[in-house]
Design a protein around this ligand. Structure first.
Ligand code: AMP
Length: 274
């Protein structure tokens, strides 16, 4: 992959890169389309990264179907699929990790302690292999985007981070490879996550600025569903991802929520501009 990338760059062409863990859906495709529209060559990686999963998480059962992903990507005009073996990325003796300190310490970072260390490490490795001019990520994982943008700035990675909007099912559920875990009843129950975000956004639109009040109402909606157990509902600053207590005009925020539906943990968020 490094040799291919060197050749592409040597011939004056740009590389757009979309890192994924596979089991692709329209959300991933939106990143591919954005990359294709802005670069000569688009590279998609498929790698279920073990270092970003905690010991009790779903690494072994994470959905995988390379053949399906391969035809999906080829149909959609991707130039290269980078599909490495675990031992190529983490050979024997591997012992170097990238740690982003602040943004990665709360919310997802608090519930999933090793998660962001794994993400920043794998993305750094992939950036050094693929050498993209532009890298494409989904706002679906808003905290991941904030962590990675900070890493790119702090470590002077010479590339542009492009963040693409969340792609949803027609009923509002954010697309996710993990949605396949949901039973038909849980699939219906899972709608409560996006509904809690829209409810909070409506309350804010009507003028509420006290985050505690907004959170309480959103959490109450989540708790109405017996299969739902929320990890958090918070309102965070657009840039720093710090949890805020009062909303100020002319600022942007993310409403962020994480909730288990049965055994499946889902996250979602909504961007608001005041
Ligand atoms: P994953 O395969 O889940 O690691 O996701 C790979 C990339 O696709 C990440 O940048 C995600 O944020 C992005 N992504 C996943 N789901 C969506 C979605 N529903 N809409 C937009 N981007 C998404």
């Amino acid at each position: 992959m490094q040799e291919i990338s060197n050749e592409i760059i040597g011939s004056g062409k740009s590389i757009g890169f979309v890192p994924t863990m596979g089991y692709l859906h329209e959300g991933h495709l939106s990143l591919v389309k954005a990359s294709k529209s802005e670069n000569d060559i688009t590279v998609v990686s498929i790698f279920v990264n073990p270092t970003q999963f905690g010991p009790n998480e779903d690494l072994s059962k994470y959905p995988r179907d390379f053949k399906r992903d391969e035809s999906f990507l080829l149909e959609n005009g991707v130039d290269y699929i980078f599909y490495p073996h675990i031992e190529e990325i983490y050979p024997q003796g591997f012992q170097t990790y990238v740690i982003q300190e602040q943004i990665s310490s709360f919310l997802e970072g608090a519930v999933r302690p090793v998660h962001f260390r794994g993400v920043t490490t794998i993305v750094s490795i992939l950036f050094n292999i693929v050498k993209p001019q532009r890298a494409y990520f989904g706002q679906k994982d808003a905290q991941q985007c904030a962590v990675l943008k900070r890493m790119v700035t702090d470590l002077c990675f010479d590339l542009d981070m492009k963040i693409c909007p969340i792609v949803r099912e027609s009923d509002g559920l954010a697309m996710s490879s993990r949605n396949v875990y949901l039973s038909p009843q849980e699939r219906l129950d899972a709608l409560v996550l996006s509904k809690s975000l829209s409810l909070a956004a409506r309350i804010i639109e009507k003028g509420e600025r006290d985050c505690n009040k907004i959170k309480t109402i959103a959490l109450a909606l989540l708790k109405e569903i017996p299969s739902a157990s929320p990890d958090y509902f918070e309102i965070v600053d657009f840039d720093t991802f710090e949890i805020v207590s009062t909303l100020e005009s002319k600022k942007s925020y993310f409403l962020v929520a994480a909730c288990k539906i049965g055994k499946t943990r889902l996250i979602d968020n909504q961007l608001i501009h005041l």
